[in-house]
Design a protein around this ligand. Structure first.
Ligand SMILES: [Zn+2]
Length: 264
């Protein structure tokens, strides 16, 4: 599995370091006030009510600076605790891995998933028994109402199996969509749209921004379907409304990385 090296949780370290620098400057400033204040107190010509007021104001200023230093110290302690808790949570979720050399890495794909050579995720976790049963293109319709020109691929998996997004994008729709039954459509950055059809349940909503691997729904047989399966389709709609379909099993997408039939 290819990993991206991130080095450390830099954002926390940077903030903590900024706080420490600020506190160091404030401490210097405080010492400088103190030293000038002492000079004033020692000066025999500077006496009386004005001198007292000035002295009081300087003492007050030193107290305020002390309070700021103390607040920054507290913020730094909180940042440090946040860093630890984020780190632990990400470790638990398998989102980051700490190597033997202490190097922290973030896997490109979730630990229990597989990606094709082009980086698209297989929509099911490794423990799921799934199989491609119908490929892209001309076919004999598997049931009444099904198309003889298959616009996507069918992947059979047990009903209720979570369906993971093959890539990130923005959810355009999630719910009833004619023959697709409960369907989630996700627009990729390049404008192409991925369809996840026949879901028993959708688990995202329109407008959600998702990343590869997020669960979008569960396998079902809603709409025109002869049994539980995921209909995975990739299409593009141009500005004039013309549609182009892409084979999800082409090398640009999932390739032949899933068990079952494939035709590229
Ligand atoms: Zn299909």
């Amino acid at each position: 599995m290819a990993d991206i090296e991130v080095g450390n949780y830099g954002v926390f370290d940077d903030a903590i370091s900024t706080g420490n620098n600020l506190n160091s400057s404030l401490t210097d400033y405080q010492s400088s006030i103190e030293s000038n204040q002492n000079k004033l107190l020692d000066a025999s010509v500077f006496q009386g009510p004005i001198a007292d007021n000035c002295n009081e104001a300087l003492t007050d200023l030193k107290t305020k600076i002390s309070n700021i230093i103390s607040n920054i110290t507290t913020i730094n302690q909180n940042l440090s605790a946040f860093k630890t808790s984020y780190l632990n949570a990400d470790l638990d979720a398998g989102k980051i891995i700490i190597g033997e050399d202490g190097k922290i890495t973030i896997p490109k794909i979730p630990a229990n998933m597989k990606a094709s050579a082009s980086g698209f995720l297989i929509p099911f976790t490794n423990d799921v028994a799934y199989k491609v049963t119908s490929v892209f293109g001309k076919r004999r319709p598997p049931c009444e109402g099904a198309s003889s020109d298959h616009k996507g691929i069918d992947i059979v998996a047990p009903g209720g199996t979570p369906i993971h997004a093959v890539c990130g994008g923005k959810v355009l729709s999630a719910g009833e969509l004619g023959g697709y039954g409960n369907c989630v459509t996700v627009q990729m950055d390049d404008g192409r749209i991925v369809y996840y059809g026949h879901c028993s349940k959708v688990t995202v909503k329109k407008g959600d921004v998702i990343k590869a691997g997020d669960v979008v729904g569960k396998v079902g047989h809603t709409g025109v379907a002869s049994g539980d399966h995921l209909h995975l389709e990739i299409r593009k709609v141009d500005s004039k409304g013309h549609k182009t379909w892409y084979n999800p099993q082409s090398s640009e997408y999932l390739g032949n990385s899933m068990p079952g039939k494939y035709k590229v």
